[in-house]
Design a protein around this ligand. Sequence first.
Ligand code: ADP
Ligand code: MG
Length: 698
Amino acid sequence: MESVSDYFGSMVFDDRVMRSTLSAEVYDSLRKTIDEGSALDIGVANAVAEAMKDWAVSKGATHFTHWFQPLTGITAEKHDSFISKAPDGSVIMEFSGKELIKGEPDASSFPSGGLRATFEARGYTAWDPTSYAFIKGKTLCIPTAFCSYGGPALDKKTPLLRSMEVLSKQALRILKLFGNTTTKRVVSSVGPEQEYFLVTREMYEKRPDLRFSGRTLFGAKPPKGQELDDHYFGAIKPGVLSFMEDLNEELWKLGIFAKTEHNEVAPAQHELAPIYTTTNVTTDHNQLTMEMMQKVAARHGLVCLLHEKPFAGVNGSGKHNNWSIATDDGQNLLSPGETPYQNAQFLLFLCAVIKAVDDYQDLLRISVATAGNDHRLGANEAPPAVISIFLGDELNAVLEAIETDTPYMGSKRKVMKLGAEVLPKFNRDTTDRNRTSPFAYTGNKFEFRMLGSSNSIACANIMLNSAVAESLRIYADRLEGSDDFETDLHNLIKKTIHNHKRIIFNGNGYDDSWIREATEKRGLLNYRTTADCMPHLLDEKNVTMLTSLGVFSEEELRSRRDIMLENYCKTVIIEANTMVSMARTMIAPAIESYAADVAKAASAKKALVADIPCSYETGLVKTLSSLLEEICNKTEKLESVLPKLHEAKDVVEESAMVRDQLIGAMGELRIPCDKAELITDKAYWPFPTYADLLFGVK
Ligand code: ADP
Ligand code: MG
């Protein structure tokens, strides 16, 4: 068998392949474009395209595609073959620099939030040379950005690249103040931990709710769930293990450093984490990972559920976004250093993050908002919708000491004065891990835990990069030209701690008392749903920050708000329609048949023994019939909400109606259905139960 190092990255047109297939001149020019963003000339593009095509064809590829990330949150591709007609009528394989650099998919059906009139439906895709091309199946995939002709971005990659750029620019200004003149770029990196569920395809097919909405809309609590904690890190079942092995192999071929895999808390729940890399690349990789999870699951007779909350009352799935910033020569800016100067610099970057998270709590909440994630946040196994930062006792004590000008007694009993002593080392100590915090410092990075499992990580990182860039911009404006750098620096750090300490919380984020304290005493935001938070994308402070940095234009923001709210409404409406249909055509008939058969059995018994009481049957039939009545009423009630939504004057109003009326009506219908499930003969129940689904994979 081939070893991993033999096939790792074999499907990627990476640096190794570039070096071996391009002339030195072309390679250097392309490298400059990748590393420094300099423009690519068409001669170079032609040479790269030719080499890429030859390499891809040698690996069996017949097609190429511009692979992009429209605002649907998944990836899109339109395949073209390399074939071309030679003058003699035979076929040749061709791929030009022009085709590599720019594409024009007919993009009229992608959401644009009004950015594009249908008569100019075409958007164009532009090559992102910082993310390597790769082969998927028989297709050479070229990572691209997707824009409309007028210029506005129609995708998630473009603003992500812009946010990385502004973060680098502002961070460089700060580094310069600390005497660093060698760093050319500052790069944000992410390692996303991806959670998911596996269920058997056979059971999945029997549940319209899973097929249409990715989550169960009905289902009583199983007798055994996750209460024994016997699944977390437990031995992996053979069927799952063989899925994981196959998945790893596919990901490794694509150059994705899939590293860690284990069972999660809920039965049938698992996690995969890669080794972190540049945010832009890791975003592409995470999209590919989610796609591969679904493809590989299908090969194993399984379905991978990426929904944030596939099962009510069972842990949902998130995606932990481990984020850090580092210089191009590998210095992690969120890690305390060895010298007082490095530590002062670390504290300034730390403060920039604290200020950013406090000032833009709403943007971070918005960046993870989907109908699916609304079910997960605050549902006692995931962070609440309130954002706060966990720093750990040690770092917290350091900040307190700075704020109050008191000496800090660190673990080594060393008095610390800012810029004068060495900071304690913050070990990634497991005793100091707080898993209930939405935003936790873990020694050299922050772990943003609010993302839902199906989210593209682009949005969260766009907001994080931008908000931190904004703090750094304000700091740099303040410190550049300062006459007394050390004093001004000290005061700036002190002031930030004082002004923003309300966002720091080291206690239990799942506790109800925290939500009260956060909202009532500290004035932190608590946007429970997508409908609550999304309109705030257009709040003046947010628009000002994002447009002045050049990450979004105002029209891009407006379109994104609309698309996100439309998506929220559509998702819930599909769920509501699915519920109505399942209740009418599956659940009610099942209860009816069962009740009728029970009644029949009672009559048969009575025919045999006239004075037999049959109180069991009578009681059961009565209960079933009254549940059936209730189901019928609640279905009608749910159905009656749907046409009202058309009356909304805009999508903001519609989303509020969905939140206030539709979701409640769905919850009401579910109750009698789940009750009926518990007293209906299993043979009659029309689809697999929670117990079947959660314990079905062998
Ligand atoms: P956990 O204890 O939360 O499971 P891990 O040690 O498994 O944490 O790391 C989770 C993720 O964090 C991995 O993807 C890892 O590569 C990533 N990570 C580690 N260091 C950094 C860093 N400096 N920047 C970004 N991500 C990082
Ligand atoms: Mg984690």
